[in-house]
Design a binder for this molecule. Structure first.
Ligand code: PXL
Length: 291
């Protein structure tokens, strides 16, 4: 610990702290606007490093105002280094371009050590398509970032892109399980694959914890866009892991919470089409995590 960190009382063994590298979409409920309340509800100090400022997310609105950050991210991290700020975990989400992937790698070099939990949500597409502004070259570069993570949380579209497949091929259990194994081989300790739709009308989560594969978490597939689902799931998963839950139990808790949010959202239709109604489930999540 640096002398400055000691004199500023920045270390508290009773308080876990996570760095969130993600965008701030002001309206639309995704990324930081979802993660910050989820981590707060679970008693984890969350420190945002915005990758971009957007008026809304890019799913379903007319094209939003987007201000990607660049040098500013490095300046912020540089200041944190100078005061000796430390993190128990680092979670990266929506990144604006390959340069920002390199920025995340240099942040990991600067701020992570062997005790830091590194979670990469390789945000780049859903529903079989890349999000606005992403391309196959980004996907190839993201694959390299995934090799640095302890845990990755791709959805089925992202899992296909990371393993060089056409996302339309991801609808059967055998392919999903093969993809999960290929993603494990990239190096992360655990992989949670979300949004695994099957031809029987269900959707679910597959998880590999480094030793075993789990493929039993499924529910009915609501055939409508559910923006921010991946952010809700990955945030809850990180919270459970930081509360020392096993990977399997963390995935189950995060999946339950996400399903509860989906049900609240669907019950509220046609309102809330733009994001998940996650607020009412936070107390349940906090209880589940405390175990
Ligand atoms: O939830 C993924 C996501 C994150 N950030 C932004 C997005 C999306 C998905 O559309 O547009 C800005």
């Amino acid at each position: 610990m640096s002398d400055l960190a000691t004199s500023l009382h920045l270390e508290n063994p009773k308080q876990k702290r996570i760095l969130l590298i993600n965008d701030l979409s002001c309206f639309g409920k995704c990324s930081l606007t979802v993660s910050l309340p989820v981590f707060a509800a679970c008693g984890i100090e969350a420190v945002p490093l915005p990758t971009a400022l957007l008026s809304t997310h890019t799913g379903g609105f007319p094209l939003p105002y987007i201000l990607p950050l660049g040098q500013q991210m490095e300046e912020i991290v540089h200041h944190w280094q100078s005061i000796g700020l430390r993190f128990d975990a680092i979670y990266s989400g929506y990144l604006c371009g390959e340069e920002q992937i390199a920025t995340v790698e240099s942040i990991l070099d600067a701020l992570a050590d062997e005790r830091t939990l590194c979670i990469v949500d390789p945000v780049m597409g859903d529903g079989g398509k890349l999000y606005h502004g992403f391309d196959y070259s980004f996907a190839a570069r993201m694959r390299r970032l995934c090799t640095r993570a302890d845990v990755i949380t791709p959805n089925a579209t992202e899992a296909a892109l990371l393993t060089g497949r056409d996302p339309s091929q991801m609808h059967d259990a055998a392919t999903q399980q093969t993809v999960l194994s290929e993603l494990c081989a990239l190096g992360p300790r655990a992989v949670a694959l979300t949004g695994a739709i099957r031809d029987d009308g269900t959707v679910g989560y597959l998880c590999h914890d480094g030793e075993r594969m789990f493929d039993d978490i499924r529910h009915v597939h609501y055939d409508r866009p559910l923006h921010g689902c991946g952010d809700v799931f990955a945030s809850a998963l990180c919270c459970a892991l930081l509360h020392d839950q096993s990977t399997e139990s963390a995935v189950r808790i995060a999946a339950d919470f996400t399903l509860q949010c989906i049900r609240e959202t669907v019950n509220d239709a046609p309102a809330h089409w733009y994001g998940l109604r996650f607020e009412t489930g936070l107390a349940m999540l906090a209880r589940a995590i405390d175990g």
